[in-house]
Design a binder for this molecule. Structure first.
Ligand code: ZN
Ligand code: ZN
Length: 162
């Protein structure tokens, strides 16, 4: 299992996969980062809670770049409108269907990533397990960090502005 996270002191992005230690120093600022690895993490390679901030809630989602997914559909929609304008109706529908098919395929083949509600640490290459919980807005509100710049990858960050 690989953990990607930001140093709580200097904010540099780090990743490590050694869960045998109880603390690891940040290579940039030397801050000792505590590692609360559970027996399940060490023995079964699963992330049942966050090893970095000890948050008991994590969620699983597709390891998918949201910006890429959105731009794929924007480009397909523009191309479709343009084709429709030139009376190429079937081609216009084909472009939209093609974009939907690519999206579906990506969703099927992409791996999962586990994310901590509180510190947004990301866990990859864990043992496949269907027991992981999906994203819940209520929990995201509960653990929403005070520092918004660190929550840039948190979907709840933009939901809050509604
Ligand atoms: Zn640091
Ligand atoms: Zn955490």
């Amino acid at each position: 299992m690989t953990i990607t996270f930001r140093c709580p002191k200097c904010g540099v992005e780090l990743s490590f996969d050694d869960l045998s230690q109880s603390s690891a120093p940040c290579p940039q600022c030397g801050h000792a980062i505590p590692v609360h690895a559970t027996a399940a993490m060490r023995d079964h390679n699963t992330a049942d809670r966050c090893a970095l901030c000890d948050c008991p809630h994590v969620y699983v989602q597709k390891d998918f770049n949201r910006a890429f997914g959105v731009s794929l559909f924007v480009i397909a929609a523009i191309a479709s409108c343009w084709l429709y304008f030139y009376n190429k109706v079937w081609q216009a529908f084909a472009v939209l269907l093609g974009a939907a098919a690519v999206d579906y395929l990506l969703y099927r083949i992409l791996p999962d990533v586990i994310i901590c509600y509180r510190c947004h640490s990301q866990y990859r290459d864990f043992a496949p397990d269907t027991g992981y919980a999906a994203f819940e807005l209520g929990l995201a509100e509960k653990y929403d960090p005070k520092d918004k710049s660190r929550g840039a990858e948190n979907p709840a960050a933009d939901w809050k502005q509604r």
